[in-house]
Design a protein around this ligand. Structure first.
Ligand SMILES: Cc1cc2nc3c(=O)[nH]c(=O)nc-3n(C[C@H](O)[C@H](O)[C@H](O)COP(=O)(O)O)c2cc1C
Ligand code: SF4
Length: 509
C-alpha cells in the first residue's frame, strides 16, 4: 500500500506529522506493508492534512485528516468519511494548468528518479545542446516575466547579464517571499526543489554564471532543509558541480538565510544582506544585472520565474507563450488567502477574472459573509472592491485599474472589515519595515500613521493631507516599499470613503 502525506509546512502545521505517525502505527498493528511518501502539498490548504492512497484507478484523496480518521483508511476506502474521490478529478485540480507546479504533490520531492520520470531534467538537457544566446532567446520568446512582483521580462534581464563582461557572474534566487498571502515559493522549494535547481542551472548556462545562491528567510526552516538536501543530491548526481551533467560546464549553488526583513526581498537590499551587510536599498543605477552580488553581473530572479524555465526549455517558447492573455504570458501561481473558504495555491493561465478567482475558486469568505474587498499583490497591492471584480488577472489589466498583481497573493476580507484600519495597517507596516534610506518612506510612513489616526478620531480635514502625503511617497521614494504603500491606502480611501467618513460622523455625534 502506498500512502502520501504532505511534508509541506502548511500541512505539518495542520497536523500532517501526527497523521503520518498514526498511519505507521496502524499499519504495524495490522501487519500491513505501507510505503509512506512525504510529498509536497497539492495546494488545497483547507483540506490539509490531505492524505492520498494509491489505487488501480489513481490516487484517492482524504481530508482534512486527523489521527482518529486513520484506522478507517485500512478498511473500506470508498466508505471513509473523509473520502474526496480521485485527487486529479477534484474540481480544484481539474481547473488548473499546472506547468511550474506540475510535480508538486505528485512526486517524492527528494527522489531524483521520480523527478526524471515526470519530465525532470529535460529542460536542462535541452539547454545543454544550445548556445547561451539561444537559451536566452527561448526565454525571451516565451514571454516569461518576473513573478516576484515587478513583472520585468526575464529574457531581457538575462541578456543584460549575458552581454556583460566579467570574471565572475552570479544567479541569485529571490526566495525571501515576504508578501502577505504568499507561499508559492515555499511550496515549490518544499515540494519540488529540483525544479528550482534545474531552472537556476539553466540560467547559469544562459548568462555564463557558475555560482548561484538561494536567498530565503529563517522563517522557512522546512524549505531551507529540503532545498539544502536536494542540492546535495543534485551535486552527488553530477547535476551541479564542475561539469553539469558531464557537459564540462560548471554550476553550483547554495542556500543563504536572511533574518526576515520585508525589505530584504527588494533585490538590492537582498544583495547587501547576501554580502553580509545591513539590508538597505541601493540606488539604481547600477543595475544588479551589471553590478550585483560582490559588484559582479548578477541575475536576480524570483523562485517561480526560475522554476518556470525548465518547462519552457523542455516544451518550447511557443508552448508557454500560448497560455495567458495580452502581454501576460504563461501561467501564474495564485495564492488565495485571508478570509477565504477554500484557500490555497491555484496555478492557471493569466486571464481569469477576479470574480472567478474569489468566488468560483476561493468559494467566497470563510465566514460566509459577503466579500468586501480583495487585496492583490501583497502589502503594497491595492484593494479591489466587488465593482472591479471583472478585472482579468493580468499585469496590464491590474495596472490599468490602479493595482498590481505582484507575486499573486490575494487576501480576502468580508463586509465586517474596517478599511480605514486596513489603510492604517499598510502605513504602519511601511513604517516598521522601512530601511530608512529615503525620507518620503522613513518619515512619510510615520506621518501617515499619525494622519490616519487623526481621521480615525473623526478629523476629516486630515484626508486631503493623507492624499498629499501619498503622492509624495509615490513620487519621491527610492524603492517600491515607500513608493507603493500609497496603493493599499489610497485604494481603501477611494473605494470605501464611507469607512473614512464614518469616523468623522461618529465624532460629530
Ligand atoms: C519591498 C520589496 C520587497 C520585495 N520582496 C520580494 C520578494 O520577497 N521576492 C521576490 O521575488 N521579489 C521581491 N521584490 C521584487 C525584487 O526587488 C525583484 O524585482 C525580483 O526579485 C526580481 O525577480 P523577478 O524578475 O523574477 O520577479 C520586492 C521588492 C520590493 C520593493
Ligand atoms: S522607500 Fe523605504 S524601504 Fe525603500 S529605500 Fe526608501 S526608506 Fe528604504
Amino acid at each position: 500500500m502506498r500512502i502520501y502525506v504532505p511534508l509541506d509546512a502548511a500541512a505539518r502545521a495542520l497536523g500532517a506529522d501526527e497523521v503520518a505517525a498514526a498511519i505507521t502505527r496502524e499499519a504495524t498493528a495490522r501487519g500491513i506493508d505501507v510505503t509512506l511518501v512525504r510529498n509536497g502539498s497539492r495546494g488545497m490548504v483547507w483540506l490539509e492534512p490531505l492524505v492520498e492512497v494509491s489505487t488501480d484507478l489513481g490516487r484517492l484523496a482524504f481530508g482534512p485528516m486527523t489521527p482518529a480518521d486513520v484506522p478507517a483508511l485500512f478498511d473500506d476506502l470508498a466508505a471513509h468519511p473523509r473520502a474526496l474521490g480521485l485527487t486529479e478529478e477534484l474540481p480544484w485540480m481539474r481547473r488548473q494548468t499546472r506547468l511550474t507546479f506540475a510535480r508538486v504533490g505528485v512526486i517524492d520531492p527528494l527522489s531524483l528518479a521520480e523527478y526524471e520520470l515526470h519530465h525532470g531534467l529535460r529542460g536542462l538537457r535541452h539547454a545543454l545542446t544550445l548556445s547561451s544566446a539561444e537559451i536566452v532567446q527561448v526565454v525571451t520568446d516565451s514571454g516569461l516575466r518576473g513573478r516576484g512582483g515587478a513583472g520585468f521580462p526575464t529574457g531581457i534581464k538575462w541578456k543584460t547579464v549575458q552581454d556583460a563582461q566579467a570574471p565572475q557572474k552570479y544567479i541569485v534566487c529571490n526566495a525571501d517571499e515576504g508578501d502577505s498571502a504568499t507561499f508559492a515559493d515555499r511550496m515549490l522549494m518544499e515540494g519540488d526543489p529540483f525544479t528550482l535547481i534545474e531552472g537556476m542551472a539553466i540560467a547559469g548556462l544562459a548568462v555564463g554564471a557558475t555560482r548561484g545562491y538561494i536567498y530565503t528567510r529563517s522563517e522557512y526552516p522546512d524549505a531551507i532543509s529540503q532545498m539544502s538536501r536536494a542540492i546535495a543530491v543534485a551535486r552527488g548526481a553530477g547535476i551541479l558541480g564542475d561539469s553539469v551533467l558531464g557537459s564540462g560546464r560548471a554550476f553550483d549553488m547554495e542556500v543563504r538565510v536572511g533574518a526576515g526583513a520585508y525589505v530584504c526581498g527588494e533585490e538590492t537590499s537582498l544583495l547587501n544582506s547576501l554580502e553580509g551587510k545591513r539590508g538597505t536599498v541601493r540606488a539604481k543605477p547600477p543595475l544588479p544585472a551589471l553590478q550585483g552580488f560582490m559588484g559582479q553581473p548578477t541575475v536576480v530572479n524570483n523562485v517561480i520565474s526560475l522554476a518556470s524555465v525548465p518547462v519552457i526549455l523542455d516544451r518550447g517558447a511557443a508552448f508557454y507563450k500560448n497560455f495567458g492573455m495580452g502581454r501576460s504570458h504563461g501561467t501564474m501561481a495564485l495564492q488565495i488567502a485571508g478570509n477565504v473558504k477554500c484557500g490555497g495555491l491555484f496555478e492557471t493561465a493569466f486571464g481569469l477574472t477576479l470574480d472567478e478567482i474569489v468566488n468560483d475558486i476561493g468559494g467566497g469568505t470563510a465566514t460566509g459573509r459577503p466579500v468586501k474587498a480583495v487585496q492583490v499583490g501583497g502589502p503594497l497591492g491595492a484593494w479591489f472592491p466587488p465593482a472591479l471584480f471583472d478585472t482579468p488577472f493580468t499585469y496590464e489589466d491590474f495596472a490599468a485599474r490602479g493595482g498590481l498583481i505582484g507575486h499573486a497573493g490575494l487576501t480576502l476580507a468580508d463586509d465586517s472589515t474596517d478599511m480605514l484600519a486596513m489603510a492604517r495597517f499598510a502605513m504602519e507596516f511601511c513604517a516598521i519595515e522601512s530601511c530608512g534610506k529615503c525620507t518620503p518612506c522613513r518619515i512619510g510612513a510615520v506621518r501617515g500613521v499619525e494622519t490616519l489616526d487623526r481621521i480615525g478620531r473623526g478629523d476629516a480635514s486630515a484626508i486631503p493631507l493623507l492624499t498629499d502625503l501619498c503622492e509624495t511617497m509615490k513620487s519621491g521614494s527610492l524603492c517600491a516599499l515607500g513608493g507603493f504603500t500609497p496603493y493599499p491606502v489610497m485604494s481603501a480611501l477611494t473605494h470605501f470613503p464611507d469607512d473614512f467618513a464614518a469616523h468623522a460622523k461618529e465624532a460629530a455625534e
